[in-house]
Write a protein that binds this ligand. Structure first.
Ligand SMILES: CC(C)(COP(=O)(O)OP(=O)(O)OC[C@H]1O[C@@H](n2cnc3c(N)ncnc32)[C@H](O)[C@@H]1OP(=O)(O)O)[C@@H](O)C(=O)NCCC(=O)NCCS
Length: 151
């Protein structure tokens, strides 16, 4: 059965998201932070669940007419199979259905896989935040205009 895209419901799912976050993003958000995201009406958090395991997670904030994508992660064992694309598509489609017009995000300048994924979805570089990350790396700011057009 293909993985299911859903909103997290249980504490166990939340713990799985935190474990996935640690594995893929090095601990971007804590369990408390994810709990807050679920409770926040301006935040949309979607997960991929297969055989009761959370193997992907993505989130955006709705800010005025923009979707700010805050995180996106697919478990390393499941990468390269199109799931990242499917999850990003779902986030952008959800944003569009909420009436949002554009999407934005920040990504490490060395993260070529993610950059390539975002470019596939017509994100364009809008600027750079110098030494944005703790390790001194630059952040690339990406924009995707016109979510009403084909995603
Ligand atoms: C970025 C990430 C979400 C992509 O997930 P994924 O499931 O591997 O993505 P997909 O299989 O849908 O691939 C989508 C695109 O990513 C790029 N990509 C994926 N794997 C790649 C690789 N090994 N080398 C180069 N590009 C790659 C390609 O453009 C690919 O499109 P294509 O298959 O049409 O060529 C995943 O690598 C990940 O979780 N990385 C760690 C967390 C992270 O960096 N998140 C982004 C933070 S901003």
């Amino acid at each position: 059965m293909p993985p299911l895209i859903k909103l997290p419901q249980t504490k166990e799912e939340l713990e799985q998201i935190v474990a996935l976050d640690l594995l893929c993003l090095g601990g971007f958000w804590s369990l408390k932070s994810y709990q807050k995201e679920i409770e926040n009406p301006n935040s949309v958090l979607l997960t991929f669940v297969e055989a009761n395991m959370t193997i992907g997670c993505g989130c955006f904030w709705s800010i005025l007419e923009e979707a700010h994508i805050t995180m996106l992660a697919i478990h390393p064992d499941y990468q390269g199979q199109g799931l990242g694309s499917l999850l990003l598509f779902s986030l952008l489609k959800n944003a569009h259905l909420r009436g949002l017009e554009r999407a934005t995000l920040e990504v490490k300048s060395s993260n070529f896989k993610a950059i390539s994924l975002y470019q596939k979805f017509k994100f364009k570089i809008a600027g750079t935040r110098k030494k944005y990350y703790e390790n001194g790396e630059d952040a690339l700011i990406f924009w995707r205009e016109d979510l009403a057009k084909e995603i």
